[in-house]
Design a binder for this molecule. Structure first.
Ligand code: UDP
Length: 247
């Protein structure tokens, strides 16, 4: 397989077209952005770390019967993926109140939700990724009613797996963002990435509200030690994958 041309450069990844039309190459960058790219920076080794974590999680999800775009890793910060048409939705799943949920509802940070909350945001930088109701999503024809139901079902199954997996890593999964895409046969595949850039992850070994943060909030809120936190997540993920493989 060889790379033909750059298809798209996003905030955290570059997507390349390859000589195989159904296969794209995702190159994970060290660049970091927050607040709709108003804050910009870089996190050393983030590309390798996020690519490694996402790859392990996608492989595990495939084993659980969840279809993802993951194929393999030609290098440590690159992922070969199935070409999909991205559905322009950010699907956020929350177990604990944080971030915009606290800001918009007044819920206190750390409130445990009685059941997971699935939310849709419109993936549109110009509009600032607004929160959508299901009716608005259907109005904009971003997905069909059946697709919305399937996406909610998949998001909840992925949440169950991730909560259990990160629990084994001694990490609490607060919330996370997923993106889905459609392959040429209109199957819905999990796409994008699952990493400390897209999840809120709290270290169970401390209750300190700053020390426990192992995700992009360290960058967003200038808490320092961002790379260490990302590395810590990777090491725990690798250890858990290894422990489960041999049991
Ligand atoms: N998230 C993301 N990309 C976005 C927006 C949110 O990956 O463009 C993730 C974020 O890291 C968190 C979850 O989605 O794990 C919920 O984010 P929230 O709506 O609270 O927004 P934020 O406070 O991050 O602006």
């Amino acid at each position: 397989m060889s790379v033909i041309s750059k298809l798209y450069e996003g905030k955290a990844k570059i997507l390349y077209q390859t000589d195989v039309p159904e296969i794209l190459l995702a190159d994970f960058k060290d660049d970091a952005t927050a607040f709709n790219a108003q804050k910009k920076g870089s996190i050393s080794n983030k590309g390798i770390i996020n690519c490694s974590i996402s790859s392990k999680l996608f492989q595990k999800l495939e084993q659980k019967g969840i279809n993802t775009h993951y194929l393999d890793n030609p290098s440590s910060n690159q992922m070969r993926v199935k070409a999909v048409k991205i559905i322009p939705l950010e699907v956020v799943v929350r177990n604990i109140a944080a971030g915009s949920l606290c800001k918009q509802t007044g819920l206190e940070l750390g409130t445990i939700l009685k059941q997971p909350l699935v939310e849709f945001y419109y993936k549109n930088d110009e509009l600032g990724d607004p929160l959508l109701t299901k009716d608005r999503l259907l109005l904009l024809e971003l997905a069909s009613e059946e697709q919305v139901e399937e996406i909610i079902h998949l998001a909840l199954r992925i949440n169950e797996f991730l909560q259990d997996f990160f629990g084994k890593c001694d990490i609490t999964l607060v919330d996370f963002k997923l993106e889905f895409g459609l392959d040429s046969e209109q199957n819905i595949l999990l796409a994008d990435e699952i990493s400390p850039d897209t999840c809120r992850l709290w270290d169970n070994s401390t209750n300190d509200p700053q020390k426990r943060v192992l995700d992009k909030d360290r960058f967003r809120r200038d808490l320092g030690n961002v790379e260490n936190a990302y590395q810590e997540v990777l090491q725990r993920v690798l250890k858990t994958v290894e422990a489960n493989a041999s049991s």
